[in-house]
Structures are given as C-alpha cells and as structure tokens.
Design a protein around this ligand. Sequence first.
Ligand code: NAD
Length: 314
Amino acid sequence: MKKLTLLLITFSFLFILSACSQEKTKKSSDSSSTASRQTSETPGNFNFDSKTVTLNSGYQMPVYGLGTYSLHGKECKTSVTAALNNGVRLIDTAHAYGNEKEIGEAVRSSDVPRKEIFIITKLYPDQFSDPEAAIEEALDQLDLGYIDMMLLHHPGNGDVKAYKAMEKAVKEGKIHSIGLSNWYIEELEEFLPQVDTVPALVQNEIHPYYQENDVIPYIQEHGITVQGWYPLGGRGHTQELLNDPVISKIAEHHDKSSAQVILRWNLQKGVVVIPGSSNPEHIKENTELFDFELTDDEMMQIHDLDRGEKHDWY
Ligand code: NAD
C-alpha cells in the first residue's frame, strides 16, 4: 500500500514537471526575451533552452556539470579544461577533494569568462569550528574572486554556526549562493528553522539504484534545487549501472549511451547532474543530453529499478 502511494505521488510529480517544462519550452519559442523571462521563473524549474535553472538566490546555475571528486594535479586541470572546451560551465569541488587550487588555475587559464562559469565548493565538518577561516581558505585556494555556491558537505557539530558564517559571506559578496549536501528530510526539518536563508541547493546521492523519491519532492517543494552526486553510481558501481538491461535497452532505442540516459532521467526529474570523468570523450558525451527525451513509460521503467542501495555513507 505504502509502495503504491509512493508510486502515485512520484507519477503525479513527474506529470506536473513534464507539463511545466513543456509549457516553458512553448513560451520560449513564443518570446524573444529569454533572459528577462528567466529571472521571473519559479526557482527550481529547469530551462532546457538555456540549460540552466534559476536558484532561489536569483542566480542561474547550469543543469549539468563536471564532478571532480577523484581528480587531482595535472589530470584535474586537463579534465576541467576539457569540460570548459566542451561547453561545461558548472564545476563541483570541495575542500575535501584537495583540488580547489587546480580548478582555479584551469578556470583562470581558460578563455571562458569567469562570470560564465559556476563553481561549487564545500566546507567539511572538521572546518565547522572556524568557518570564517575555512571560507577565506576556499576563496584563497580557488582565487577566482568569489564563490558561486558553497555547501556544507554533511551534517556535523557546528553546522548551524558554519551556515551562518556562509550567510554573512553572502552579505559581504564573497559567496553568491549557499546550500547543503547530504541533508535528508529529518535533517532539513531540524536545520531549516535555525537559519535565515533557505538553501539554494541540496546535493545528495541520487542514481537509479538509490533514487530518493521521497526526499526529492520534499526539497523541491521548499523552492530548493536538487543536485545528484554519484549520478552514474559512483566508482566501483558504474559498470553494473551502465550495463543494466533496462537502461541499455532504453539507450539503444534512442541511439544514446546508458550514461546519457541516466543523466537525462535525472534532468527530467528536475535533478542537476555532475558526473565525474577524466576522459574527454566521456566529458563531451555527458553534455549531449538535450537532443532526445525519455517517455513517461521509460521514466517509469527506470523508476522501478530503485533498490534503495546507497553507494556511500553520507
Ligand atoms: P559518478 O557516478 O559520476 O561516476 C564516475 C565514474 O563514471 C568514473 O569512473 C567515470 O570514468 C565514469 N564515467 C563518467 N562518464 C562516463 C560515460 N559517459 N561513460 C562511461 N563511464 C563514464 O561518480 P563520481 O565522480 O564519484 O561522483 C560525481 C561527483 O559528485 C563527484 O565527482 C563529486 O563532485 C560529487 N560528489 C559529492 C559527494 C558529496 O557528498 N557531496 C560525494 C561524492 C561525490
């Protein structure tokens, strides 16, 4: 019974989302003033023409990007450069990845103007006791003038204090938008009443084997954009997911790769994707998500793959 209710809720949500996106696409072709219209869109809604989402902070963020969790040194720089050269404008990093410096270097040496690139970084719980110093360190490491989005990596002692320091840094113009990572319904219910700024983004583990179909609508109903980490299942699990017979069959039908189908499934659910890769061909492939559309039936087939199987502990 519980499963059936969940299925019905998800189905209605997908229907509303698809109706909104279709309406938006229609409006886009009717009007020549895309930029001015975007700023008045409801936060959380994706614009598939500009490939961006307007955050509740008023800023626009690309709906796909590059994850840099396991990229370091020269490989990190060349991967970020390959991503920027292939039109990727969103880069996800964190203090814990130890690569903010390389990412800043790659962005600075790119021909793409800084203001067109969206950088996300994160504070780790061991930084929450002195968040002001941690924010300054991130600004210093990246050396890009400002940070587009800073998240708390996962809940920990002092997280409210750290969030308040990020709120202050927003007022000072050091950070544009702030958010959380690895916060679920219970954690959000406890956290939100303690802070002034509704997070612009929540970044959580989301892939076909761990779908968070209860958490995603909860976050989106609060006007918060959702971003999925481990979109391809994460290292060690990627092959099983990419070879999943249901996903492979859908991919074959659309003449796309399994990775593209999974990323597109996320986008149609209103989830921003940040797949990680150091392979320029994969990086390019992961941007080609806008020339096909999954049917409601295909979305449901992937929905049915959910196993509640988390691939990391946060
Ligand atoms: P992922 O699910 O993105 O999978 C990465 C793996 O998929 C790599 O082995 C890569 O070679 C492969 N791959 C990428 N594109 C492919 C393609 N087109 N075809 C075939 N294989 C492909 O895992 P990830 O990179 O670890 O996670 C994504 C990002 O999420 C990270 O880089 C990081 O930025 C972020 N992240 C955040 C948290 C958090 O707690 N906030 C935790 C983990 C990861």
